[in-house]
Design a protein around this ligand. Structure first.
Ligand code: C2R
Length: 163
């Protein structure tokens, strides 16, 4: 296995249902990733050492999924200058609005790119990571173009039932 180019971190194993969409998008494009459960709240020391380990080993960006008081992405961004993509996980009581606002309202100077709540956001975070990597990888860029073309072709050939 090659070294991972993307690190996916989530606050709980219960987030995997959503975050596997990021992993799937990367896998679909043949991008190596490492996926871990590490909560900034519950295991801060482990998180800091893992961020350093991944940064030293050549990871290009982090995708962080967390729910409710979702500080994970912001804390990762505080420890690295690599891009951090935040995915708000749907939460039990506030349906992920708490997660979204926790991730999106970063203080000036420490940015986190915030995606939509839930599975579409997780998938798009994976695709966005692919776009960033494609800046320096023509093969990946061509795969991305083909993926977009396939979507466009599907739309173009969509017909509605006649009444
Ligand atoms: N938001 C965070 C962080 C963090 O930001 O460090 N750590 C766990 N969590 C979130 O708590 C929710 C409930 O977690 P449990 O289901 O494990 O109790 C999860 O969505 C997780 O991302």
């Amino acid at each position: 296995m090659n070294k991972p180019l993307v690190s996916i971190i989530m606050g709980s194993a219960n987030d995997w249902d959503v975050m596997q969409q990021s992993a799937q998008a990367l896998k679909d494009f043949g991008v190596e990733y490492d996926a871990r459960v590490i909560s900034a709240h519950r295991a801060p020391d482990l998180l800091f050492s893992y961020i350093k380990e991944m940064s030293d080993s050549g990871v290009q960006c982090f995708i962080a999924g967390a729910g409710a008081a979702a500080h994970l992405a912001g804390v990762i961004a505080s420890k690295t200058t690599l891009p951090v993509l935040g995915v708000p996980i749907p939460s039990k009581y506030l349906k992920g609005m708490d997660s979204l606002l926790s991730i999106v309202q970063m203080p000036k100077g420490i940015p986190v790119a915030t995606f939509a709540i839930g599975e579409a956001g997780a998938a798009n975070a994976g695709l966005f990571a692919v776009s960033m990597l494609a800046l320096n990888d023509v093969v990946l860029a061509d795969k991305l173009k083909a993926y977009r073309q396939k979507q466009a072709d599907q739309i173009a050939s969509t017909t509605l039932p006649t009444l």
